[in-house]
Ligand binder design. Structure first.
Ligand SMILES: *Cc1c(COP(=O)(O)O)cnc(C)c1O
Length: 364
């Protein structure tokens, strides 16, 4: 008998792998910084650490499979029914569950491109087809083109605002018109992983949009503004049909008891956490205006990162940043995404960018 090894799905070969932000290699001469994954660089709050330590005494038991206390805390916080909340092991998992719940082979999943790299991966895993609609020249979603691209096979549309990695938001009036124009059997996901970094007057009223539309899912995470990326917890707000499907497709006991406790403690400490968010947005604006003054072209970012579309020149700046102990997220040939981190990291980024700009006229 010929042994060809295990028979796996051939289409998985064509799937891109998730490219996680790199950790910088340790150096003896300088402090290195990881500004490649849009994490919070702040250490967890003492109150959150205490909740984690307290929850650790119970980890011989499975977690509450319904995360009832956390669900209740989120429901109260957003003034929505608990029946409208689904939790996941990070909002990344919920992206996958949404696709699995609505689509299979032959169906289409639509999203802007470039956008969050989990969308094509989950789409491929489901055997569905990605419909990628190019961003407009100003890096914002081309909602008109997305409407035009809807077919009878369209099952899910992701709207990522602020968009990762470009940092642009979708205008709230345009979003409202878009949702009204999309057939109501198509699931619309509002991926708001970075919404806390957007000034309140520029945010869409996504909670109202989900209340008024049974096909709208609001997707949020504790990984960014709440600083719990390592614990893997995210949630959705949607009406019962979608929420029930997401609860069904969830990994059983996926959200650990420690993650549940930390998320509740973080909701309780929100005002403290949001002071950190406002520090980050000020730093982001400082970094962006320095870059603009040096001649870099960039659109305003509404998230905790900046995006430089340097095209083929990306490599030059990327190499220089790596050599200076700064690990950022490269999109080869396209651009660089740089997370806002410690003041020292941001200052060093500005200095390296300045040096590269003065040495290489091509960046301007
Ligand atoms: C970081 C991010 C998420 C959140 O991922 P988690 O799994 O919750 O850590 C979701 N969507 C986008 C666009 C992101 O950038």
């Amino acid at each position: 008998m010929i042994n060809n090894g295990p028979r796996l799905r051939p289409d998985l070969e064509a799937l891109p792998s998730y490219k996680a932000g790199q950790r910088p290699a340790p150096r003896s001469d300088i402090t290195t910084f990881k500004i490649s994954s849009n994490e919070s660089h702040f250490a967890p709050l003492a109150s959150v650490q205490d909740a984690i330590v307290a929850a650790a005494t119970d980890i011989n038991r499975y977690p509450d499979p319904f995360s009832s206390e956390l669900v209740a805390a989120i429901a109260q916080h957003f003034e929505v029914p608990a029946e409208h909340i689904a939790l996941g092991t990070g909002s990344v998992a919920l992206c996958g569950q949404i696709i699995q719940s609505a689509a299979g082979p032959g169906d289409e999943i639509m999203y802007a491109w470039r956008s969050f790299e989990s969308y094509p991966i989950w789409t491929g895993i489901a055997g569905a087809q990605s419909i990628q609609i190019p961003l407009k020249p100003d890096e914002s979603h081309d909602l008109d083109a997305m409407l035009q691209a809807i077919t009878p096979e369209t099952r899910v549309i992701f709207v990522c605002s602020p968009n990762n990695p470009t940092g642009q938001i979708v205008d709230s009036v345009e979003l409202e018109h878009f949702i009204a124009a999309v057939p109501s059997e198509i699931v619309i996901v509002l991926d708001e992983a970075y919404i806390e970094y957007v000034p309140p007057e520029k945010r869409s009223d996504s909670i109202r949009l989900y209340r008024e539309n049974s096909n709208v899912v609001v997707l949020r995470t504790f990984s960014k503004a709440y600083g719990l990326a390592g614990l893997r917890v995210g949630f959705t707000i949607s009406q019962e049909p979608i929420t029930n499907a997401l609860r069904k497709t969830a990994l059983p006991f996926g959200v650990s008891s420690i993650a549940q406790a930390a998320a509740i403690a973080s909701i309780n400490a929100e005002s403290e956490l949001f002071e950190r968010v406002s520090w980050v947005t000020k730093e982001r604006n400082r970094v962006a205006s320095e870059l603009t003054a040096m001649g870099y072209q960039l659109n305003p970012s509404f998230a905790n990162f900046v995006w430089l579309r340097l095209g083929t020149h990306s490599d030059v700046l990327h190499q220089a940043l790596e050599q200076s102990g700064l690990s950022v997220r490269p999109f080869p040939g396209e651009g660089l995404r740089i997370s806002i981190g410690e003041t020292e990291a941001n200052d060093r980024f500005i200095e390296v960018a300045r040096q590269v700009a003065s040495e290489s006229g091509a960046l301007r």
